[in-house]
Design a protein around this ligand. Structure first.
Ligand code: FES
Ligand SMILES: [Fe+2]
Length: 333
């Protein structure tokens, strides 16, 4: 059995598209949501690959629903609305904000009782101001976040403040899997991130592979910032397929990876800081490290085109996170 993703996944759209859709439908995606900006009865369309969704706010409850009419698939909302019901513009089928079908011209009350007429209400999980959702999850995100919070029990998430000025969105001309592969190993740090290597002790780098997530951690050099009562300088959690939580003594940054096209990937980068904490603004800054990674991964994307390169060779000790990533992806082939 193959243990690595076939090269065709990175190049052949007919392979890439259905598998990527399957992966992102069966796992957890996310958007940022400032709940204070939502008003009662707000309905907002949300894009998720080929599956249009809508977020509704009703009775202090958020629902993430299918945005496709259960009658004959017309899109329900194409822009934000505020109303206590959702009415399909095609033949007037009406839903409440929990997705229950209320009425539909041409159908009797009896016919509408079947739950297949209701809009599917998606699984959700909220962490900070991030709203995670899944269409049909292969695993519970809650369990992973519980495990992360247990490991980070000394880290006070409630004190974090969102830093808009430091949060960014990047679009790279690479396959999303390459971005994750790069994230999942520290072997490149001494070569690619010379500034970061001055902060963390690469010899202490450890990778823990779990069922659907990976933790990497490293000690800080003695004169560098580390967590209180510990010599650890950073914890990097990755949740399959593209959720990354980077814990530092100053706070947390979250990277959310979205596969836009076979060689186009969006990285949303959310930064949360403790009040008064200082973030290093040198060659080890998170944004500088991000740009160094981008350069490396873009080069790999080019190199993969070579007919003389077939498959990577992975180090058992230092690239076990990358191996885990490949195994998880192969489950969807
Ligand atoms: S498609 Fe919505 S009412 Fe017909
Ligand atoms: Fe890196």
């Amino acid at each position: 059995m193959d243990t690595l993703i076939p090269k065709a996944y990175y190049f052949d759209k007919t392979i890439f598209q259905p598998i990527t859709q399957k992966i992102f439908d069966s796992t957890w995606s996310c958007f940022q949501l400032n709940q204070n900006s939502m008003n009662q009865n707000d309905c907002i369309p949300i894009e998720h690959y080929n599956t249009p969704l809508l977020l509704s706010y009703n009775g202090n409850k958020l629902n993430l629903l299918s945005n496709v009419c259960t009658h004959r698939a017309h899109i329900l909302l194409d822009k934000k609305t505020n109303s206590n019901c959702i009415r399909c513009p095609y033949h007037g089928r009406r839903f409440d904000l929990d997705g229950r079908c209320q009425s539909s011209p041409g159908f009797s009350k009896e016919e509408l009782k079947n739950s297949k007429n209701n809009l599917l209400n998606l699984n959700q999980y909220q962490f900070l101001d991030l709203f995670f959702y899944s269409i049909k999850p292969d695993f519970e995100l809650k369990h992973i976040f519980n495990a992360i919070k247990k490991t980070m029990s000394f880290f006070d998430h409630d004190d974090l403040i969102y830093e808009k000025a430091l949060s960014k969105t990047f679009v790279y001309d690479i396959n999303w899997a390459l971005y994750c592969e790069n994230y999942l190993e520290g072997l490149h740090i001494p070569f690619v991130h010379k500034g970061l290597a001055k902060h963390i002790n690469i010899a202490s780098y450890k990778t823990f592979v779990k069922k659907n997530f990976v933790l990497q951690q490293a000690e800080a050099h003695p004169n560098q910032d580390s967590f209180v009562n510990s010599n650890i300088g950073a914890y990097y959690f990755w949740i399959f397929p593209g959720i990354m939580l980077n814990y530092y003594p100053w706070g947390l940054s979250v990277n959310i990876v979205t596969a836009l096209e076979i060689q186009k990937t969006k990285i949303q980068y959310f930064v949360y800081k403790f009040p008064n904490a200082a973030i290093a603004d040198d060659d080890a800054s998170v944004l500088n490290v991000e740009l160094e990674d981008q350069k490396a991964v873009e080069s790999v994307q080019k190199g993969l085109h070579s007919s003389l390169f077939n498959q990577p060779s992975l180090s058992d000790q230092y690239e076990k996170g990358v191996k885990k990533f490949h195994q998880l992806i192969l489950n969807y082939f």
